[in-house]
Design a protein around this ligand. Structure first.
Ligand SMILES: C[S@@+](CC[C@H](N)C(=O)[O-])C[C@H]1O[C@@H](n2cnc3c(N)ncnc32)[C@H](O)[C@@H]1O
Length: 219
């Protein structure tokens, strides 16, 4: 399956790390949740490595879920899906304390900060003890004086990969571009939100402003 999101040259490595962690930190039959699953690209990466796992995808878009159903039909009932809005995650019907890993890729920046925080706490309620929350998304840049080195990273990615990530000509333009479908959270906020949800947190991979973060549910 081709990656539908082509503008993130570092995404391939970060998603491969995510899928490898899932493959090594699960046992046969473990259940996972994919928040904002889209057409199922990330689930396909995981199920290709570990077809014995079961993944439930959540997405607000019926069209995306229909695409995922087609793309993942080869895995039979190891792929399931629930249509639901993460802005009101408490209304999404999932079994509690049941999932070994909850993960989300490039979706949290679509949510308000209060929804991000609620989704993390809600995910923890649905994770078994010792379970993991894996989050891959852009982070918010908050310091104008540190924007130039970030621009260097974007330019370097463009030189190396022939394509860039979301970029901006100045810190002011970057801030102006923030909006309802582009509201990444700052790394410091994630440390606070993970801790208050009962997760210990580590940054597993960080390239410029794109991070793969892990939380472990305390036993
Ligand atoms: C950029 S796509 C990423 C898809 C997939 N995770 C991937 O990495 O290939 C973001 C996905 O999040 C979904 N999404 C956005 N806001 C959502 C919400 N409030 N509740 C559930 N899903 C949402 C979108 O429908 C879309 O499928």
């Amino acid at each position: 399956m081709d990656d539908p999101i082509q503008r993130h040259p570092t995404r391939a490595e970060q998603l491969d790390i995510l899928a490898t962690i899932v493959a090594e930190q699960t046992v046969q039959g473990d259940r996972l949740v994919d928040l904002g699953c889209g057409g199922g690209y990330v689930a396909d990466l995981i199920l290709a490595k570990r077809p014995d796992l079961q993944i439930t995808g959540v997405d607000v878009s019926a069209k995306a879920l229909a695409e995922a159903a087609g793309n993942l039909a080869k895995y039979g009932d190891r792929w399931r899906s629930v249509e639901g809005d993460l802005m009101v995650a408490s209304e999404i019907d999932l079994p509690r304390a049941y999932f070994r890993i909850v993960y989300s890729a490039l979706t949290f920046h679509d949510l308000s900060d209060s929804a991000k925080q609620s989704v993390i706490a809600w995910a923890v309620e649905h994770m078994s003890d010792g379970g993991y929350f894996l989050l891959y998304d852009r982070l918010r840049l908050t310091e104008a004086e540190l924007f130039p080195p970030q621009q260097t990273i974007w330019r370097r990615i463009e030189r190396l990969h022939g394509d860039g990530m979301r970029t901006a000509d100045s810190f002011e333009a970057y801030v102006d571009d923030l909006g309802n479908t582009n509201r990444p959270a700052a790394l410091g906020d994630y440390f606070d939100w993970f801790a208050s949800a009962g997760l210990s947190m580590a940054v597993l991979h960080l390239h410029g402003n794109v991070a793969l973060i892990a939380g472990a549910k305390r036993r």
